[in-house]
Design a protein around this ligand. Structure first.
Ligand code: DAH
Length: 337
C-alpha cells in the first residue's frame, strides 16, 4: 500500500462527495477500525526495526492529514446545507390562500335581532340547552297535563329524571327572574329541541329568541311599541303588524303576532297562503303565576314576554323555502350569505 497513493485517493474521494452521510462512509474507509490507516499501522510490526520509526511517522502524518481534510470537508458541507436552505426560500412565491369564512345565516339573524334589542336597552343572556322539567314547564305555569309535556313533544333525558332538552327558550325567563330583581329587559337567543318529523318546515332542533321586560307599570302598549320597532328594523320600514288573541300558559293576555307579507306586501301570495299576513312570534303579558313561581309580587310588577323562531325569520328575509338547507352544511348554499 502506497502512502502517497492513499493521500491522492482521499482527495479524490472528498472532492466527489456532497453529503454528510457520504462523508461518514469515507471516514470509515480511511479511519475506521478496519480502514486503510489501520491496515498501514498493522504493517509496522512486520517491518525491519530500523524502518519502523520512519514508516510509523509517515502513517501518523497521513492520519492527521486525513483527519484534517475530513473535518474541513464536514465544515464546508454544513455551510452548503445552510445556504441551500436559504436559497430555496422564494419570497416572490404566492402564499397559501386561506379561504375567509362568513358567519352562518342563522348566526347573522341572531346577531341582527340582538343588536336591535340591545339598541333599545335590552341585555343578551344565554341559558343551558339541558333544562329541568321545572324551568321548562312548571315554573312557566304549564300544567302537568299540558300536551307539550308529553314525551312525544319533548326530548326527556333517559338517565336523569326531570331533565330534558329545552323545548323553547322561555325557561330562561324563570332562571333570570329567580336570580335578579326588576327592572329587567332581556333577550335570549339559543337552540331548542322537539321530536318533530323532519320536513321542509320542521326540524328536531331549531333556534329561538326569547325576550322579556319586567318593571312597574309595564303595559300591553309597551309590548306593541317594542315589537313594532323591532319588525320595522328587521324587515322593512313600512311593514304592518297585527295582534291576534291566542293562548300561552305563561302569558295573559296572549297574542300571536303577524306582519304584512314581505313578499306580496299584503296582496296575498303562495308564501303567506293568500292571506297577506305572516305569523312571526308569540307574546303576551307575563302571567301572575309565573311571577309567583319566581318570587315576584304580581301586584307590584308587570311585564311582557315574546318568543320567535330564528329560522322562520331567516327564511322570510332571504326567501328560503326549506329549513333543512341551514344545517346540511352545503357551502354552495352557505356562501350566499
Ligand atoms: N315559548 C313559546 C313557544 O316556543 C313562544 C312564546 C310565546 C314565548 C309567547 C313567549 C311568549 O315568551 O310570551 O312556542
Amino acid at each position: 500500500m502506497d502512502i502517497n497513493l492513499i493521500q491522492e485517493t482521499i482527495e479524490d474521494d472528498l472532492a466527489n462527495l456532497n453529503s454528510i452521510s457520504d462523508l461518514e462512509d469515507v471516514r470509515i474507509k480511511y479511519l475506521g477500525r478496519k480502514g486503510l490507516v489501520a491496515q498501514l499501522t498493522s504493517v509496522i510490526p512486520t517491518l525491519a526495526i530500523q524502518e519502523r520509526g520512519v514508516f510509523g511517522k509517515k502513517v501518523n502524518a497521513l492520519k492527521n492529514k486525513i483527519t484534517t481534510l475530513i473535518q474541513e470537508k464536514e465544515k464546508s458541507l454544513k455551510v452548503q446545507v445552510d445556504s441551500s436552505q436559504t436559497n430555496d426560500l422564494d419570497i416572490g412565491m404566492p402564499g397559501i390562500a386561506r379561504g375567509l369564512g362568513t358567519r352562518h345565516p342563522i348566526t347573522q339573524i341572531i346577531d341582527e335581532v340582538c343588536a336591535i334589542f340591545t339598541r333599545m336597552g335590552f341585555s343578551v343572556v344565554a341559558g343551558p340547552e339541558i333544562e329541568t322539567e321545572y324551568n321548562n314547564f312548571t315554573g312557566l305555569n304549564i300544567p302537568l297535563e299540558h300536551p307539550s309535556r308529553d314525551a312525544f313533544d319533548t326530548f326527556y333525558l333517559k338517565d336523569y329524571t326531570k331533565m330534558l332538552l329545552r323545548s323553547h327558550t322561555s325557561p330562561v325567563q324563570v332562571r333570570v327572574m329567580k336570580a335578579r330583581k326588576p327592572p329587567l329587559a332581556i333577550v335570549v337567543p339559543g337552540r331548542v329541541y322537539r321530536p318533530d318529523a323532519v320536513d321542509a318546515s320542521h326540524l328536531f332542533m331549531f333556534h329561538q329568541i326569547e325576550g322579556f321586560l319586567v318593571d312597574k307599570f309595564i303595559r300591553f302598549s309597551d309590548l306593541k311599541g317594542i315589537l313594532g320597532l323591532f319588525a320595522k328594523n328587521i324587515f322593512d320600514r313600512d311593514i304592518k303588524m297585527r295582534f291576534r288573541p291566542h293562548f300561552f300558559p305563561f302569558t295573559e293576555p296572549s297574542v300571536e303576532v303577524d306582519i304584512s307579507c314581505i313578499i306580496c306586501k299584503g296582496q296575498g301570495c303562495s308564501v303567506c297562503g293568500r292571506k297577506g299576513w305572516l305569523e312571526i312570534l308569540g307574546a303576551g303579558m307575563i302571567h301572575p303565576n309565573v311571577f309567583k313561581q319566581v318570587g315576584y309580587n304580581p301586584n307590584k310588577y308587570t311585564g311582557f314576554a315574546f318568543g320567535m323562531g330564528i329560522e322562520r325569520i331567516a327564511m322570510l328575509k332571504y326567501g328560503i323555502n326549506d329549513i333543512r338547507l341551514f344545517f346540511e352544511n352545503d357551502l354552495r348554499f352557505l356562501r350566499q350569505f
